[in-house]
Each structure stands twice: as structure tokens, then as C-alpha cells.
Design a protein around this ligand. Sequence first.
Ligand SMILES: *[C@@H]1O[C@H](CO)[C@@H](O)[C@H](O)[C@H]1NC(C)=O
Ligand SMILES: *[C@@H]1O[C@H](CO)[C@@H](O)[C@H](O)[C@H]1NC(C)=O
Length: 399
Amino acid sequence: MKSSILASVATSAAGALAAGGAWQQCGGIGWNGDKTCISGYSCVYSNDWYSQCLPGAAAPTTLSTSTTSKVSTTSSTSTKSSAAPTATPTTTPAGKFKWFGANEAGAEFGNDVFPGTWGKHFTFPDNAAVQTLIGQGYNIFRVAFSMERATPNTLTGALDTAYIKNLTDSINYITNAGAYAILDPHNFGRFYGNVITDTSAFQTWWNTIAKQFASNSKVIFDTNNEYHDMDQNLVLNLNQAAINGIRAAGATSQYIFVEGNSWSGAWTWNTTNTNLAALSDPQNKIVYEMHQYLDSDGSGTSTACVSTTIGVERVVGATAWLRANGKQGIIGEFAGGANSACQTAVKGLLDHLKTNSDVWTGALWWAAGPWWGDYIYGFEPPSGTGYTYYNSLLKTYTP
Ligand SMILES: *[C@@H]1O[C@H](CO)[C@@H](O)[C@H](O)[C@H]1NC(C)=O
Ligand SMILES: *[C@@H]1O[C@H](CO)[C@@H](O)[C@H](O)[C@H]1NC(C)=O
């Protein structure tokens, strides 16, 4: 996802979260809010943690706790839902993801104003929305933030304790709820707009950050969002420096997600990022994070998908690369417009990943977050465009 989109959405969409009963949570363990729904909607049990206002009459509430019942619940609710895709998933391919979830955008917004003002230029994930998504079964959240706000002076300088405290609160909320939280410095391999070339300083930066989270085993470190237009050897060296800095901080139990050049695209991985096979980790917990959009230029800026089969076509080469190199991967960003051609393409992509779950650990939708308003891929419950259209499909892939 290109940064210019984030900046423009941030200013226009602030505070646009709609109220209303449709799609809202109406029950579940720990839920203290309204248990009734507006006219035309019924409170439907989804699991012990989550009931939701869905269009029409109530679905059966007697459910076992097996994963098959989760899938059948999804099918029954999606057929009642006017906003959900009509093609209800009927078959689930072999394999099982370790992780399936969503990006959480907001703390990196306003990246043309540093440090910027909380509540105006940037914000943090909405805990209630995160809880709603966890209630749907999602178990991983990629929390974007800005390196310039974390260490405002230099890469080797001191932390901004107020920003780090807010970030830590968001991370802890997610991990205390049992999900994984990815720390995503959303910086494109740059600091204040300049390509990071000092690998030693980058190692120190990661060492400083990782110390803050060393004891939380459900944190995942993502070295940087979408390196692009950089020397390929530098991308290798920055990733290795991050790994070294993280492990030296005593953060030895966590996974580390590495990213590649060319916006970490899966579709160009086998021609661009092959040198990254050389990365090494003493804990052997590297996961290769790739991104994949389905519009014509792969930028994730259009509601149109190239074809109904473009999802799988764009990742098969990466699947082969992971397997040939004995690596694990994850699609850290993907999305499609709210239309049936994209829905088929998204399903094809996810079915392929799941069938190949020996190398693909999971995927994360781009993106949830409190300030998306009516953004084309917005996954913020209850009313995000992507959430209302895709949740009934996506939740069938949760572990
Ligand atoms: C942190 O969050 C609080 C609200 O919880 C807000 O008042 C404060 O300005 C935020 N600070 C930063 C630097 O994000
Ligand atoms: C590289 O990946 C692309 C995209 O998945 C695929 O179309 C192509 O066949 C792959 N090339 C090779 C040589 O594997």
C-alpha cells in the first residue's frame, strides 16, 4: 500500500465511524453493550465471544465448538446478509493457517507531518474493534507505526516515551486477548524520507525497540514495511541487521517477519528478492512477508481486479520459491474491491495459500483501523466497506 493513500485518507476520514445497529456486536463474554438490534436485524450467536446484529431472522443458536460448525455458521449467516457476497464458500481446501487477520492502520498516518498531533494526524487501533475481529476468529494484527515518531531525533536516539506507551498499550491489548501483534514500522526502508543506508544504526534502532517487547512472546517483529527502489544488497543487509539487533535485545522467542524490495510484492519475488534466502536467524524463526494486491498495477488502489484468477496467478511463483528454499511465508497485505470478480480472485488466492500451508503460514487483509471511513478496502467493524463485504468469507480461513 503506497503511503500517499494513507496520508490523504487520514485527513478526510477522521471520526467517520458510523453508528447504528447493523453489523454491531450484541453479545459475547465480556460484552456490556446493547444486546438488542435495530429493526430488521437479529442478534446472531457467532461464538462464545461474539454475537452480531445481522439482517433478517435469528440463526440457530445451538452450535458445537468444532471448526466445522464455525464454517457452517458462516454459510448460514452469509446467505441472509444483503451486503455479503452471494457465492458462499462451500469447500475448504486442505491445510490450515497458523495466522489469519488484518492490518491495523492509524499510528503511521499523517506521515507528512512529524511528529504530528495525536487525534489529528495519527491515532491508534480501536480496542473494541480489535476485540470484534478477535471474536470473529482473527488471530493476528499488524500494527503500523512510524519510526520518526518512535525515535524522533536519530535512529540511534532515545524513544518518545508517550508514543511508545500508546503503541505498547495497543500491542498489549491484542496479545492479552490471545492474538499475535506484529510491530510494523511502516517506513518503506526510509527515515524522514531518506533511504536508510546505515545498517549499524538500523540494528541499534531495532535493538532499542525489541528491548521494549522482549518478554512478550506474542509480539512479531516486521523489519520494515515495503522496501522499494533500493539496492538489493542493502535490503538484505538491513533485514539481517534487524534480526541481529532484535536477538541481541534478548527477544529470542518471537517470530521475525522480513520484507523484500519492490514493495515486498509476491508477484515479483522470484525475480527480485531471491538473495533474501541468505538471511539467517539463530532462533530459526524467520517468516518471509510478501504483499499482494489484485488490481492492474498491483498497487492496491483500485476496486477492480484483473481477473477472477489473478490472486493465485500472482503468488504461485512465490509459493514455488518458498518451497524450493525451505522457507515459510505470509501474505502480510492483500485486498480486493467489494465486487464479485474480486471476491472470486480473493477466494482463489486464499484457497491456494491454504492448500500450500506447508509454506504459507497465513495472510492479513489491508486494512482495519479507526480512520478509514468509506475507504475501498476498509475492514473496521462494523461498517467498513471491506468488512461488510468480505468478513463472511474471510472468517472461514481463520485458524
Ligand atoms: C497517547 O494517547 C493519549 C490518549 O490515550 C493521548 O492523549 C496522547 O496524546 C497520545 N500521545 C501520543 C504521543 O500518541
Ligand atoms: C515467478 O512468479 C510469477 C508470479 O507468480 C509467475 O507467474 C512466474 O511463472 C514465476 N517464474 C518462475 C520462473 O518461477
